[in-house]
Design a protein around this ligand. Structure first.
Ligand code: PMP
Length: 959
């Protein structure tokens, strides 16, 4: 062995500055240009932007022998045959490719390589199947190309050579500071080594890249991958170790989908077929790789505290290790052997005799996400399944759960990974009964399960049988044992190990094949319909106006809400940070009851006289400032704004309305006219009607005047504008403004702006409208109304969203004389506005807001969330500002804090990646670069913290 990590395990990076790197490149290779340091765990790498192209100067760790560096160059040359882009080996003028230099007081060896253009896959969130397969294919092709390479520098015992993984883990384990983590790594390593021991001699050895991972695979544009870099770990090792390293990287990106590696494995094997022993060795090697990464990450941080590159990776490495260690290695081996072995799947045989008497009359229970039986948060109770089954069996019949169902009761709140919800068996709930073999076969016992191997392959697993048969060969109808309670029935094609009863939705397609629907053996249909979010989306696209967009290119199908959580059809729960409409939270039982009760009693229109209307309008008027005592009830914010505009024109007899630029006020003809948000309508500025005049957006972060004290400057502009309009003879009806810039991402107006603007408008006879549709109703925590934050009092208030918790409800509150001015335009009637059901909704929402102290919660949790987001801003330069107050917040993402250039694409990616982390967030603002944070007001501190840590992880990748 030319060098061994085990002899010199401490490998802090050599000390070489950017200036020294520039000198070495110039002196030794005659290459000059801008120098930037690149990340590396153990070496120093520098990018040089020279006139004739880009290069990488690699300064090797002194622990490595120059022969090893020469071997890497040889491997690069060999790899070029694969068609993948790999770095060119650049020679010095005298032909040398490995050069000894003096730097930082050390003798070091340097090489110059060509730079491979592209972005590493490291920053990507989930890997799609295309990326996973491309990685596997590249690994297979590379392995084939390196197979014939011979070089003395390849016999290396590097830290990453999995042949010595046990020793490496043993050596570095003390670097893990926590005893429980050390124990977990030690136990998983021992178990993996034990499985590997009998296979070692049969594993083929050859030169491998050794680090074909997200860090070292680059892509240009939309390609799944286009090149491979960093051959620093090239060594002679096990061929299958090459694949194991890549699979561990896939696991980093798809931690809740362990079988995602199958795409990689299949593509690798298509290029470089694997033996059965290699298939069996793969999973233990993946476990070892993740263990080596955990201990190495800890050691690197100990050695080299300022190595951010090593530090950022640690959390993801720990997570991948936990997932790898948690899988049943027998199951993984069986899955891999099946995947690589191919062949026809064993058919599920039809029952020739009943499994249990009375199954035909059994009731099927629904434990799926949309199940009506699981309402009011029952699904979160640990015995929810038992309760539902007991209720279904009230008449004494047997009950069946469903195969292929994504069980809501297996969903987990605040989970960064999708939980294993997909049910792979059927539970038969009976009080007692004789269980007989539905088909003939051979019997074996595995723990508490009886396993019936059936002709044609495949096994029927029965768990929960008492008095099990002692026969080993069974005919159809022969007794198998007694059911004395629930019995679990599963059909498995794994051929040996016990199949899991639940699988992660991401692995669903594979598991549906491995553990297919056992209905034919049961003699009754026990499969749940398979959710089809893409089919449902296609149906939506073909029948619903496309301009009514949906969130996300590939949206989850959301079918349930509870408090601040949303749940998709696969039982994945998300923290909902976007639904300010749902002020009191999703699925609020009080609201559900109140609505159902009122619907059953009466729902009609407000020309009839009923009690709840007056109760509601009095209540609303009591919340508004003195003098604003008259209420109109409509069905949406747009209608409320439209009506407010009509009131302003009717009360003043003047046509022209001022509106702040970048605002959104609604979609109706009138409310759209005063909306100029470019995020919603890129052509807005060129298409406003004559009666609308736009006012400069007083955005103290990125507007014409900056800072919280910029109100006087904006007001001076407004005054000039008003004077100009007066000179033109324009007659002013009023001004509409959001008291806090909702659409801009919760940007607070400069202190005192709104009061000053209202004064200027009133002085010219105009009416002042505060659009509180987004920000009002207690969400700001310290104030019920947004205008209170500005010390301003409007003449007209528009509200909607929060007041109905999602029910179509909107209102205008104003002074009596303004309201009465509308009489000149006839009567006003909105068929459903102010209906009894709507009034009950509105009253219940206000009751819940008060009784559950949700405005206080907005103050407390919102304040906490805001300070946590500001703390993130100290570490993530992408965060330019944190806007807003209470639970109306905005995280503005910028490419550069000085220029505040909007980070539009980054914001879109952050939102996509937050979704994978279990958080629903969307961008807003003209630059679509502000993450709007406006969750249901019942959000807990725990959920807020969950979001902050998810955002932290995502920004570490995207930033
Ligand atoms: N005003 C503001 C400030 C809004 O944000 C919105 C909706 N986003 C509206 C009015 C229109 O409300 P609706 O969607 O209920 O018609």
């Amino acid at each position: 062995m030319i060098s061994s990590f085990l002899d010199s395990p401490a490998l802090p990076r050599p000390l070489v500055s950017v200036d020294e790197a520039a000198r070495i490149a110039a002196v030794e290779f005659g290459v000059t240009g801008g120098v930037t340091e690149l990340g590396s765990n153990q070496d120093r790498n520098f990018r040089i932007d020279a006139e004739d192209g880009r290069y990488v100067l690699k300064v090797a760790n002194p622990a490595f022998d120059p022969e090893e560096l020469a071997a890497q160059n040889a491997a690069l040359d060999a790899a070029r045959g694969t068609g993948l882009a790999v770095p060119a080996v650049v020679a010095a003028p005298d032909g040398r490719t490995v050069i000894e230099v003096e730097a930082g007081g050390q003798r070091l060896h340097v090489r110059l390589l060509g730079y491979v253009e592209g972005t590493p896959l490291t920053g990507d969130g989930r890997f799609g199947s295309g990326t996973r397969a491309a990685l596997g294919a590249a690994g297979g092709a590379l392995a084939a190309a390196l197979a014939g390479l011979e070089h003395p520098g390849l016999a290396r015992g590097t830290q990453w050579n999995l042949e010595i993984a046990g020793e490496v883990v043993g050596l570095l384990l003390p670097a893990v500071p926590q005893a429980d983590r050390r124990d977990a790594v030690a136990a998983a390593t021992d178990a993996a080594l034990a499985r590997l021991a009998p296979l070692r001699a049969a594993l083929r050895r050859q030169p491998i890249h050794g680090d074909l991972t997200d860090d070292n695979v680059v892509r240009v544009g939309d390609a799944a991958m286009s090149g491979v870099i960093d051959f620093g770990d090239v060594a002679e090792s096990w061929l299958v170790a090459e694949l194991a390293v890549t699979c561990a990287s896939v696991l980093h990106h798809n931690p809740d989908q362990p079988l995602a590696i199958l795409d990689t494995v299949t593509a690798f094997a298509a290029e470089m077929p694997l033996t059965e022993e290699e298939a069996d060795a793969l999973w233990p090697l993946i476990v070892l790789r993740t263990a080596v990464l955990v201990v190495s990450g800890e050691q690197q941080v100990t050695l080299d505290g300022d190595n951010d590159y090593a530090d950022i990776n640690r959390a993801a490495e720990e997570r991948a290790f936990r997932v790898a260690a948690a899988q049943d290695p027998d199951v993984m081996a069986a899955v891999l052997r099946r995947t690589l072995g191919g062949g026809e799947p064993a058919p599920v045989p039809a029952a020739e005799a009943p499994l249990l008497p009375g199954l035909g009359e059994a009731v099927t229970v629904d434990l799926s996400v949309p199940s009506r039986a699981l309402g009011a948060g029952l699904w979160l109770s640990p015995d929810a399944d038992t309760q539902i089954v007991a209720a279904a069996r009230a008449d004494g019949r047997a009950a069946l759960t469903r195969w292929g169902e994504h069980r809501l009761t297996r969903s987990r709140l605040r989970s960064a990974e999708a939980p294993a919800t997909l049910t792979l068996g059927v539970e038969v709930h009976v009080s007692a009964g004789q269980v007989t073999a539905p088909v003939g076969g051979t019997v074996r016992h595995a723990g508490d399960a009886l396993v019936l191997g059936v002709a044609g392959g495949g096994e029927l697993w029965l768990t929960g049988l008492a008095d099990r048969t002692t026969e080993s060969s069974i005919a159809p109808g022969a007794p198998l044992g007694q059911a004395r309670g629930p019995l679990t029935v599963q059909f498995s094609r794994l051929g040996g190990p016990r199949p899991p009863l639940f699988a992660a939705p991401g692995d669903g397609a594979t598991w549906r094949l491995l553990c297919p629907d056992p209905s034919p053996l049961l003699g009754v249909a026990a499969a749940a319909p398979e959710p089809d979010p893409s089919g449902a989306l296609a149906a939506r696209d073909s029948s619903f106006g496309a301009v009514q967009e949906h969130y996300y290119a590939d949206p989850p199908q959301i079918e349930r809400g509870w408090r601040e959580h949303l749940v998709d059809v696969h039982g994945r729960a998300y923290v909902d940070l976007v639904n300010n409409v749902t002020s009191i939270g999703h699925g609020h039982p009080r609201l559900v009851d109140a609505v159902a009760g009122q619907w059953a009693l009466l729902n009609t229109n407000s020309r009839f006289h009923y009690g709840v209307l007056a109760q509601f309008t009095e209540r609303l008027a009591s919340l508004a400032p003195d003098g604003l005592d008259t209420v109109f009830l409509v069905n949406s914010g747009s209608e409320a704004v439209d009506l407010a505009l009509r009131l302003a024109t009717a009360a003043t007899g003047a046509p022209t309305v001022l509106a702040l630029r970048e605002a959104y006020h609604g979609w109706t003809l009138g409310s759209d006219a005063v909306s100029s948000s470019l995020g919603d309508n890129p052509g807005a500025l060129d298409s406003r009607p004559d009666w609308v005049r736009l006012v400069e957006n007083p955005n103290p972060y990125r507007g014409r005047h900056r800072g919280a004290d910029s109100a006087p400057a904006y007001l001076a502009d407004l005054e000039r504008q008003l004077d100009g309009m007066a000179a033109e003879g324009v007659r002013l009806a009023g001004l509409i403004a959001e008291p806090i810039f909702g659409n801009g991402g919760g940007v607070l107006l400069p202190d005192g702006y709104l009061r000053g603007a209202f004064d200027l408008v009133r002085a010219r006879g105009g009416i002042c409208i505060a659009d509180e549709v987004q920000v009002g109703y207690g969400r700001l925590g310290d104030w019920f109304w947004g205008f209170e934050q500005q010390g301003a009092v409007p003449d007209v208030i528009t509200i909607a969203k929060a007041m109905g918790n999602g029910h179509p409800l909107g209102a205008v509150i104003t002074r009596r004389e303004i309201a009465d001015s509308l009489a000149a335009e006839g009567s006003l009637f909105s068929s459903a506005g102010g209906s009894p059901v709507s009034c009950v909704v509105g009253l219940t929402v206000l009751d819940v807001l008060e009784e559950e102290g949700l405005q206080d919660n907005a103050r407390a949790v919102g304040g906490h969330l805001r300070s946590e987001l500001l703390r993130l801003g100290e570490r993530h330069p992408l965060i330019g500002a944190v806007h807003g107050h209470g639970l109306y917040l905005g995280v503005e993402l910028v490419r550069d804090r000085a220029s505040a250039e909007p980070a539009t694409e980054e914001a879109a990616r952050v939102c996509d990646e937050l979704l994978a982390e279990g958080c629903i967030v969307q961008p807003t603002g003209d630059g679509k670069n502000v993450l709007k944070i406006k969750p249901p007001m019942c959000i807990t501190r725990e959920s807020a913290d969950f979001f902050v840590s998810a955002l932290d992880r995502v920004l570490s990748r995207v930033g």
